[in-house]
Write a protein that binds this ligand. Sequence first.
Ligand SMILES: Nc1ncnc2c1ncn2[C@@H]1O[C@H](COP(=O)(O)OP(=O)(O)OP(=O)(O)O)[C@@H](O)[C@H]1O
Ligand SMILES: [Mg+2]
Length: 254
Amino acid sequence: MNVVLKTQALTKTFHSGNEMFHAVKGVNLQVKSGEFVAIMGPSGSGKSTLLHMLCGLEKATYGSVTIRNVDLSQCDDEELTTLRRDRIGFIFQFFNLIPILTAYENVTLPLLMANHEESRIRERATLLLTQMGLGNHLHKRPHELSGGQQQRVAIARALLPQPLILMADEPTGSLDTKTGMEVLQLLRNVCTDQQHSLVLVTHDPRVASFANRVLFMKDGEIVGEMVDTAQLQDDDFQLPFSTAIQQKWEVLMS
Ligand SMILES: Nc1ncnc2c1ncn2[C@@H]1O[C@H](COP(=O)(O)OP(=O)(O)OP(=O)(O)O)[C@@H](O)[C@H]1O
Ligand SMILES: [Mg+2]
């Protein structure tokens, strides 16, 4: 089994005054190469805190995160910055594109600034944007693109360094349902066809239904798991898996 990401007893406790708040409590998870894992939980259940620890943006209070063979707690700030730039691809709810740059510049800039080989970056960026259906939009600025197109630019940017793992926090949260589903299908294809791994957090069962495996999070803990054994691929929001997730969710959250 080719494990890309592993956590052990991952815990985050926030202190404010004399109060302690346990946002993430002893999470153990593994993500394999090519696997799309959704972490689903209600608002405040600790999803973003967990994701931020997985990518080294937030330090764990206790426990460990290992990406391939790198233990994040053993990395200094510079090593974490390099790891995040080259090995982890982020996809955010609000795309986080730079407004004055074109789609192509948004995708290439982070690696060009890091002095990666320029001709390879330019070639690969054009290829990725074309694969995302943006071949005719390379030189448009974000405000000239639709929400779905902007998110595809952000996905191309995340994929450019050929990261070990992609992480997404509500990536379709600011898109309409149909566009969101298209973006999710694209992400699913990226995992299936190119063996990328993806950890996505959401509170929406329809979004989670695009994953191979769904982990349910409640009050900082993983309280259940579902695997999409049927690998359903229908267009109707993968309704059977989505319905099964919804039903399990209602039981777990009650
Ligand atoms: N820096 C912080 N200091 C104190 N408490 C925090 C901090 N960051 C998050 N929390 C608390 O930890 C809990 C989990 O927050 P988190 O943002 O991880 O939730 P979430 O599941 O991502 O929610 P949402 O779906 O609304 O984005 C919340 O109760 C939040 O108030
Ligand atoms: Mg969140």
